[in-house]
Every structure is written in C-alpha cells, then in structure tokens.
Design a binder for this molecule. Sequence first.
Ligand code: TYM
Length: 339
Amino acid sequence: MRIVSGIQPTGNLHLGNYLGAIRNWVKMQDEVTGGGGQCLYFLADLHAISMPHDPAQLSANTREMVAALVACGIDPEKSVLFNQAQVPAHAELQWLLNGTARTGWLNRMTQWKDKAGKNREGASVALYTYPVLQAADVLLYQATHVPVGDDQKQHLELARDIAQKFNNDFADEGAPVFTLPEPTIPPEAARIMSLRDGLAKMSKSDSSDMSRINLIDDADTIMSKIRKAKTDPEVLPSDKAGLDGRAEAANLVGIYAAMAGKTVDAVLAQYGGAGFGRFKPALGELLVETLAPINARFVSLREDGEALDAVLAKGALRARELAAPTLSAAYQALGLVRF
Ligand code: TYM
C-alpha cells in the first residue's frame, strides 16, 4: 500500500481537517508502515498560491503546519513529511498531465466553481488547473489510497480519469505508467460543518472564527465556541432518523460520535431526550480532553523552527527519490527526449 495525501498550509488546522483527514493519516501510518507499506504526507504550498496570499505568511504557515501534523501524531521517522515546493517533480508532472486533462473536466469541478464564484475572468489560472496539480501529487508516487474528507472526492475522481486516459493514450499495453488511486473517506465525520451554519462546511476561509474549532484553541475557547454553536430548541432524538432536517444538531452529534469513536446511534442512545444544555458541555469536555495534549505538543514544537525545517528537508530528499522513476516514465511515454 502506498498512502499519499496533502493539506494546504493556509492557517491553522481545524476540527474538520482533523476528523476528516489527519486522524486517518495517523491511523494509516501506524497500520501501513508496520506492514511494509509507505505513507507520504505533504503540505500543499504550491496549491496555496492559487488564491491571493502573503508570502511571509505562507512560509510561517508551512512551518506551523508541520508542527501541527507532528503534534497530531504524524511521525517523520515513519512517514515521509515534506512540502511540494521542495520537490519540483510535482510541478513538472502537472505540466505533463496538462496535455491529458480536458478543460471540460476542469469546468465541472465544484471547488473551482465555488472559489471562482462570479468572477471567473479574475480567478488565477492556478485555481483552474489546481486539480491537475492534485492529480500529479498522488500519481507521482503510485498512490494506492488517498485519505481525504468528502470535499476532495471529486478531485480524486479526476485524478483517476487523468491516470486512465494517460495510460490508455501513452502507456504500453499491460505496463501502465500510473496507478489508479482510491480515496479513503471516513464513514463518520467525512464532512464536518460550520458551528454557525449546519449547511456550510467547517473551513479555514470562513471569516468567523466562531464557526470552527481550531486545534490550537485553548479549553475556554473550545467550551465557549460549543456553548454558542447554533442549535434548535428541540431535545435530541433517540435515533439517527430524528436528526433529518436538523443540520446543526446532526453536526454536533456527528462530531461527538467521531471524537468518542462511537456511532451516531450509540450517542443518541445515551443522549436521546437530553437538551443542548446537557449535551453541549459534554461535547465541549470531550473535545478539550482530546485536543489538549495535541495543543500542548504543538505549542512546544512550533518553537523550534530549525527542527521543523530539518524535518521538511529530510522528507523532501526522500520524496524526490521516490518521485523520480514515475516522472521519468511519464516523460518517456510522451516521447520527450531527455539525456
Ligand atoms: P484542505 O487543505 O482544504 O484540507 C485538508 C484535508 O482536510 C479535509 N477537510 C475536511 N474534512 C471533513 N470536514 C471538513 N469540514 C473538512 N475541511 C477539510 C479535506 O477533505 C482534506 O482531506 N486540495 C486539498 C489538498 C491537496 C491534496 C492533494 C489532498 C493537495 N493535493 C493530494 C489529497 C491528495 C485541500 O485543499 O485540502
């Protein structure tokens, strides 16, 4: 098994990133590396320049994100942890795949439509070709599995389409250049919603900090965000069907279930009939208990910028080695002469 996934270093890790993706990264790292597989996790700093950004902030965020991932349990001795900018093969393979990806496919990407909004003419070319770079990220390493939240599923389907078309058009029969990657999406918590609006995804780009729990929030902040989270006046139902049409309640129960490692039905068996006055403090305490150790590790790790840079340098060295054979095979398949 070859596990590959990335995260944009555009600010703090939030609970959606953690439950939707990073927790799975850690789990897969511990399962896969014991059995001879390999995990590569990277900071998608090249993706981050697709939106307006402050260069100094991007470098600072990249280091902070390394500290956050290590604090969550990514072990640079077990996993290859790096940033795209130090592995030029990502950008190179993207260009090679640009010949295969179709504009019609990119036009259908919901993230492109959402982020470009009404101002498509003013959006960067990088925002449009973003999913091709994402395809390069995983195809470069022959990824078999890609642990992500639900919002990345469409990008991964595109990566499969690109791999398949490239193999069909350019690879010799029976010797594909690229492996078709499978997305691994958690059954609970695949899409954590905003604490202020149960129909919007929890996101770094939401202007209200009250909409998300950041992994670096302290205990008081977490308790207060949960206390003020939007809900409805009803008590909790005793089964999952009773959450239909109650997006905010469903989100909070889903977060509780994911944090406690229980099913939604098991949580409702315990809290059915309870009001939010009882449920919210229980959820807040569960969050604080789980996040406090991560928070403490993060605060101490981020102090040592040199150690974080060393982690990235070592990871990039290994990633460059692992990327080389597939990049060469792609150049060769396309008939590009390189000596
Ligand atoms: P990014 O940085 O937005 O998010 C990182 C991971 O967190 C997941 N996630 C969520 N899961 C559940 N609920 C939420 N509210 C939530 N918000 C974010 C995302 O699904 C993702 O798994 N384009 C990617 C980064 C990327 C990548 C890749 C991922 C670049 N190349 C190659 C996988 C493979 C992104 O912007 O994720």
